[in-house]
Design a protein around this ligand. Structure first.
Ligand code: FMN
Ligand code: 173
Length: 386
């Protein structure tokens, strides 16, 4: 789709001619502020907060200021192409929806709303293991639209294998294994608010519908939810995993496998040696290791280490179009957006998610054009200065 950006921009200009007090925000910080008004402290800080003193969460945003785009002129940017190849399929834009669990704490429609919004735009949706809705329900509302499944590798390998089987059966086309969360981090806001959504039964829907998970309980979750939640808490993550365990995944699926949460170039090289299909450079939005390196800082180092052997994706700090352009210039094939669409979900459900994504795509398209680039594949480090 060419000139996506201008089309959206004109829609916004048209709205300005005809002001409407219920207009949705445009500015990221305003979406966040509106979400703050709508949500209770517990859910809001669960989303907005990070690990520890939140230094990594802040660093994720500041890292983008280190790199500056140097626009080039007179390069015929009339017809643009934002498409990218994702494992043999063409995605319309270099954006994916980051896997985000427990969306029922944000909006009653939860993942169904965000998955529908993504599907309408053709933005691949990554369903979290910790979704409040089952992965099948989410798949159902998406029709044929592109979706990946994010795996939390359970201590119970029957559950892990069952998740992979279910994902394949319901049309997910890649498995994203999140490695940075074998346990939840020290999150001060949540401790202060005494708020952990899954402990009150939010975000466990996908587990509670899983036959392998259910078979390990003496009473069904509907009969004894507390026992089911406790079992979930004990088995959800597996801090004992090592690189050799990746073999288990390869034996259980032919889908592309991506490792999410890679920050060290040597880990990225290892991933390539173990035959995985892609990595996602991420620090989980600053929600896991406080004091960790920002994701953007890690990106060029990992890109250099991988040297095109496999696609690299990135998340943690993408807020505007220029952020995506910079991440792509530093080696990402596409970027994942996390918190921004979640604020859209809080403010206006499916419509809000769609609005946030659409605006981000438009901003990216226009930024790319104004910088002198016509296609995503043209974006490279030569357009940046430190
Ligand atoms: C509320 C919330 C829930 C999340 N749940 C998951 C999850 O279930 N699985 C996962 O791999 N990442 C999860 N993440 C991390 C995101 O996938 C992504 O890495 C992060 O949001 C990127 O940071 P940003 O939103 O600040 O850009 C979650 C993030 C948030 C904010
Ligand atoms: O909150 C998170 O960041 C996250 O990844 C998660 C982990 C377990 C359940 C729900 C969300």
């Amino acid at each position: 789709m060419s000139n996506f950006g201008n089309q959206i921009q004109y829609q916004i200009y048209a709205t300005m001619q005809n002001p409407n007090p219920d207009r949705l925000p445009v500015i990221y910080e305003e979406w966040e502020a509106r979400a703050r008004e709508i949500l209770e402290d517990g859910p809001f800080y669960y989303i907005a907060g990070g690990a520890g003193g939140e230094s990594t969460m802040k660093a994720n945003l500041h890292a983008f200021d280190h790199w500056k785009i140097v626009p080039r002129m007179l390069r015929d940017v009339q017809d643009r192409d934002l498409t990218v190849d994702l494992f043999g399929k063409t995605a319309p834009f270099p954006f994916l929806l980051a896997p985000i669990g427990v969306q029922s704490i944000i909006h009653p429609d939860g993942e169904l709303a965000s998955a529908k919004a993504s599907a309408k735009l053709g933005v691949p949706y990554i369903t979290s293991s910790a979704s409040s809705k089952s992965m099948e329900e989410i798949a159902e509302v998406m029709g044929d639209a592109e979706r990946w499944f994010q795996l939390y590798w359970s201590k119970d390998t029957d559950v892990t294998a069952s998740f992979i089987r279910r994902a394949e059966a319901s049309g997910y086309s890649a498995i994203v294994v999140t490695l940075d969360t074998p346990m939840l981090a020290w999150r001060e806001q949540d401790l202060k608010n005494v708020y952990l959504p899954f402990l009150i039964g939010e975000g466990v829907g996908n587990y509670f519908t899983d036959p392998a998970f259910r078979s390990k309980l003496s009473k069904a979750p509907e009969e004894n939810p507390t026992a089911a939640i406790m079992h979930w808490a004990q088995t959800f993550g597996n801090p004992g995993l090592t690189w050799d365990d990746l073999e288990f995944l390869r034996e259980h699926t032919r889908l592309p496998i991506l490792l999410k949460g890679i920050l060290h170039p040597d880990d990225a090289k290892r991933a390539a040696n173990y035959g995985v299909d892609g990595v996602i450079v991420s620090n989980h939005g600053g929600r896991q290791v406080d004091g960790a390196v920002s994701a953007l800082e890690s990106l060029p180092r990992i890109s250099e280490a991988i040297g095109g052997q496999m696609p690299i994706f990135m998340d943690s700090g993408i807020r505007r179009g220029a952020d995506a352009v910079k991440a792509i210039a530093l080696g990402a094939k596409a970027v994942l957006v996390g918190r921004p669409p979640m604020y859209g979900l809080a403010v206006a459900g499916e419509k809000g998610v769609k609005e946030v994504l659409q605006n981000m795509i438009a901003d990216m398209d226009i930024t790319m054009a104004l910088a002198g680039k016509k296609t995503v594949t043209d974006i490279d480090i030569s357009m940046l200065t430190e």
